[in-house]
Design a protein around this ligand. Sequence first.
Ligand code: G3I
Length: 305
Amino acid sequence: ATTLGASAAAKGRYFGTAVAAGHLGESAYASTLDTEFNMVTPENEMKWDAVEGTRNSFGFGPADQIVSHAQGKGMKVRGHTLVWHSQLPGWVGGLGADDLRSAMNNHITKVMDHYKGKIYAWDVVNEAYQDGSSGARRSSPFQDKLGSGFIEEAFRTARAADSGAKLCYNDYNTDGQNAKSNAVYAMVKDFKQRGVPIDCVGFQSHFNSNSPVPGDYQANLQRFADLGVDVQITELDIEGSGSAQAASYTKVVNACLAVSRCAGMTVWGVTDKYSWRSSGTPLLFDGNYGKKPAYTAVLTALGGS
Ligand code: G3I
């Protein structure tokens, strides 16, 4: 096949990208998206501050724009993200425990209900663990006021809201085996043993020179898959350029293809022009939508040409 999406599909995988609603009107952006990808993740439009800036008052305009664009082009959608400490409107942090619990469950239920039947997988909880060697939970209104059970509660609420969507836990710096990924692993293992609904784990895979593709990336994906969940590469980008960047992308694709429960890969943006990384060139298309060596490397690794 000649595109990322079709080549991935031939391997039983998807190939996705983060999308910003504000760029869909740019013809080169939309045509690159529509040609190359078969999964989209709204980059910011489904986050709590974007959809429920005021308590129990929901607005889905920009997110709906992305979902209908995707559906019109036969692309699937990853929902990102329901419960996260960041991009949280101020009112959430001001609630007491009982109110926060009902606000969290209401948020999950209303957002998932709005998109019922349209979402392949939801990032139900995002980035709940600290970096570093502690393996501890990160401070957030949810952790601090509801305690460690908030993740389990969020997943149970999510399953009740839309039983057709896969439910993922998503994090960064969990791509190799380390204290943080060990803590997530222990949580997933516990959830599977106790029947807490979880279907997938997302590995964001934001790589740079300080945090390159780990040597045990594939082994780490495999150990999670062996717990009985899908694994997904959810926010892939790799700082750098040229053949070094291309080689790193090849490692990531090969790791996913080697793990049968690796369902697919998503890059965190269509073009370097709009990457969240203010400096750097971490994506597959350059600022003029030209295909970079990294693009060719990914296409080749997927068996396309
Ligand atoms: O939309 C407002 C605009 O109205 C305002 O004028 C402008 C001024 O700052 O800000 C705009 O919002 C920005 C938003 O992106 C949309 O462009 C925010 O400031 C900015 O903080 C926000 O950044 C996003 C970031 O998450 C926030 O945490 C990035 O686009 C997005 O790529 C990034 O994505 C995260 C994933 O969700 C989770 N994993 C890490 C990843 C990278 O940080």
